[in-house]
Design a binder for this molecule. Sequence first.
Ligand code: ADP
Ligand code: MG
Length: 696
Amino acid sequence: MSGRPERLWPLFAEIQSLDGIGPKTAQALAQTGIEAIRDLLFTLPYSGIDRRPRDTIRGADLPATLTVPVVVGQHRPPRKRGGAYRIEVDDAAMRFQIVYFHARPEYLMRLLPPGSRRLVSGRVELFDNVPQMTHPDHVLDSADAGSMPEFEPVYPLTAGVTQKIMTKAVAHALAKAPDLAEWIDPALVAKEGWPGWRDALSAAHAPDHTGNLAPTDVNRARLAYDELLAHQLTLALARRARRTRPGKITQGDGRLRTIVRGALEFSPTGAQLRALDEITADMACPERMNRLLQGDVGSGKTLVALLALLNAVEAGGQGVMMAPTEILARQHYDGLAPMAQTAGVALELLTGRDKGAERVRKLAALTAGEIDILVGTHAVFQDDVVFADLRLAIVDEQHRFGVRQRMELGRKGEGADVLVMTATPIPRSLALAQYGDMDVSVLDEKPPGRQPVQTALISEERMTEVVDHLRRAILEGRQAYWVCPLVEESETSDLAAAEARYAHLRAALGEDAVGLVHGQMPPADKDAAMARFNAGKTALLVATTVIEVGVNVPNASIMVIERAEAFGLAQLHQLRGRVGRGTAASTCVLLYRPPLGEAGMRRLTTLRETEDGFRIAEVDLEMRGAGDVIGVAQSGVPRFRIADLERQAGLMATAQSDARRLLEFDPELKTERGRAARTLLWLMRQDEAIRLISVG
Ligand code: ADP
Ligand code: MG
């Protein structure tokens, strides 16, 4: 691996090598992720203080931070130890006081000698109707007055680091920033009017006015673009690395798919057919497919998955489908089993529960090619699971899976095509950040005949009415879920709450009518509870959020979510998606504990107003910010220091196409611009990308 370019060395020096940064400050900065000089440079001011001098503080709207020339008057030391040291000053129109606590009088005499002229700047407040400036930020004599910027940047701070230290450190750091060759497409630079990297950086640290702090400022936009481009280059490199490894050509003859489609009671939606066309086209190509199938809850991803798997089987190969939980794996298995039987396809289930001889038998059958389609949990990707001829790997509901894990999965089946299915609609900017290395199919059409889910917000003070309503519904033969709250971090208290609610509802609705399922139940009990509900033997299923993703019981038409205000928007949307799957009209009751806070109110009313997963996702992004929405830690999406995914979605899209184009044109990053792009990857600490270039 070639090393980090020499020009960047100064930027990767420890922060402590800067003048004025001692070990204590360095340690404090490290707490906020600032370790190298580059980290400091990419920490931009978030606000600024107007330090333009005025003649007098008279007429200012107090309290305010003001800058004013004064003539220093009398010093009035405190009468008691620890009291206020007051210095009277006159500006052009009035007298006020500068106040210090715990300052040495000799120092103050030197700083503000009586009779001298000074430019002072600081926060002025009224105390007993007398304006005073306590501990001015700046006291300058006339000779130095020019050294104060008219608009002073304000940096995010951490304990032990002051604005003064930050400002000085940044100035020293900027002096070390080298000129770097341009890595952005020159046409884009020209179109946007972006300055070069170093100029943009200097300017971003020296804002003139508030407008310079906005993401739309040219300097900031350019620096944000650098971050996004580096990320998209990494994804594009990963994509290329996968595509250049040979895949298999999988082209079924359609015989199994015809049988299955003939046996369906419905015809696929246009969106399902489009997605299938995209998938089968990818599978027929020698490159490996790496595709995301995005579809809101209930959009019918399972059918698309099944038909894609059958394509693999028709071509003489195998397919695997992985679900995140036991319940879902089993449900997929149960759902696919009749279809598989109709088509004469060997389907098997493998989960962590398979042990001993049973597991050995399944693995042997898999290796011998006697199993066509394997469904399971993470267990299907263990080292000793060996396929005879794996063609297609499908990962369901893996929105919790990140770029890195997908890369691992790709390594599993030699040349197998990969399809990731997610039921979490995500705004375009986030999709690009998280799945920019993939191609995307969207199921943007729901199967016909769905009735909208009526959503109601009801205070838990009216719980008795809700239970009465449930009783009547159950008598009519309807089924319902009751989701118990996430009380605290601890799972045991969740469980206690669920069990208490279970006991309460059994007492109210009859012992036989109510079932319980939660994450800590023995797996066999969980299955049994789900099976009873599925078969309609229990009418009400009390559950913790284990039912959140994918569970499909079409007859269930009521969803009660207790303490709904404690759940996130995406989760509520997923939970509600469990109903409205059949033809009966469905209801979702969001039980909340009053008083409802502002954020809780916004979430619940959003949910009441729309069932559109993409709309809900946009609100979620707006309310929580990108980092929280994708769960940065595991997603492989870096925490951008400058780029703002909510407000710079357009830049992300541009970065993706720019990165892909650059690699098409210069796959080895060897041209002048390619080499500059390598520097960018080093600068942005894109280690994964650098590894990919050096192996490629
Ligand atoms: P999801 O995208 O949430 O995984 P599913 O695949 O579980 O959705 O499908 C939800 C329900 O819709 C299932 O009961 C399925 O049988 C049904 N379904 C799927 N496709 C269609 C269609 N084209 N027409 C009618 N119903 C469909
Ligand atoms: Mg599903």
